[in-house]
Design a protein around this ligand. Structure first.
Ligand SMILES: [Zn+2]
Length: 273
């Protein structure tokens, strides 16, 4: 129990750091300096006003200085990060695998939040994920060599490359077809092309699927790809009931689908087959 609490608190602190990344990556600001500041009045936030989740509650969701609303995204990111980290720790214990999948899911949280806020993501984030996946499978491949297994199928690097190429290729083909049919539709209806509405998938989504393939393999790409629209549908129904805007970008759905596939992927795959 104490172990779980310590891991959870550590997860909250990582979430707090991810918030800094989410706020600063898109603006090309350093994530180390300056210290955290209010996005409205730019005043430096005291350490005691920067405690994950708790400060948000104590400050009654407002900045101490300018009284402007603090976005609910901040505590949500901290809580989601903590729960995901606790889940991964419970699955793998304290080792390299925990580190590998933590990088994946922390990237998913950052990428989804930036996509919600800015409707675009910096390309280097998914590339960072792909490099991380290649690094870990390189390490495992060396280990496999050391143990004397040289068969292509037993080499992690082979599976990572296969997943990466499949993830990029599959989603890029989908994008080409999708864009083609949207193009026909726009021509037939004589509609003006509005930016963002003429693309079936953005290039950010293609990079994202490459990252998923590199980390989780070919099967996961297929499952995530077909599961994400259902996640989006559930959210849309929810949004219609509560009359909230359902115009949110696609990466959060892909991320939620990835988590579902990570946990139940094999069950879903066997169920479908
Ligand atoms: Zn302020």
């Amino acid at each position: 129990m104490i172990e779980a609490i310590v891991v959870f608190i550590f997860g909250l602190l990582i979430g707090s750091f991810l918030n800094v990344c989410i706020a600063r990556f898109p603006q090309n600001q350093s994530i180390i300096r300056p210290r955290s500041f209010c996005p409205h009045c730019k005043k430096t936030i005291h350490w005691y006003d920067n405690i994950p989740v708790l400060s948000y509650l104590f400050l009654k969701r407002r900045c101490r200085f300018c009284k402007k609303r603090i976005s609910i995204i901040y505590p949500l990111v901290e809580l989601i990060t903590a729960f995901v980290f606790l889940f991964l720790y419970d699955q793998f214990g304290l080792n390299l695998v925990l580190f590998k999948y933590s990088v994946l899911f922390f990237l998913l949280i950052v990428v989804s939040s930036i996509d919600i806020k800015y409707h675009a993501i910096p390309a280097y984030l998914c590339i960072l994920g792909i490099v991380t996946a290649l690094f870990f499978s390189g390490v495992y491949t060396l280990e496999a060599f050391r143990k004397g297994s040289f068969g292509l199928n037993s080499l992690p690097l082979f599976h990572t490359l296969k997943g990466l190429i499949f993830g990029l290729g599959f989603s890029y083909l989908f994008k080409l077809f999708g864009d083609f049919f949207i193009g026909i539709y726009l021509t037939l209806c004589k509609k003006e092309s509005i930016e963002g509405e003429t693309e079936s998938l953005g290039l950010g989504d293609v990079d994202f699927m490459g990252m998923i393939g590199a980390f989780l393999g070919v099967k996961a790409v297929i499952l995530v790809f077909f599961l994400a629209p259902f996640v989006a549908l559930v959210y849309t129904i929810f949004a219609l009931i509560f009359k909230k805007s359902h115009l949110i970008p696609y990466l959060p759905y892909l991320s939620i689908a990835t988590f579902i596939v990570f946990v139940w992927g094999n069950d879903i795959w066997n169920f479908i087959l």
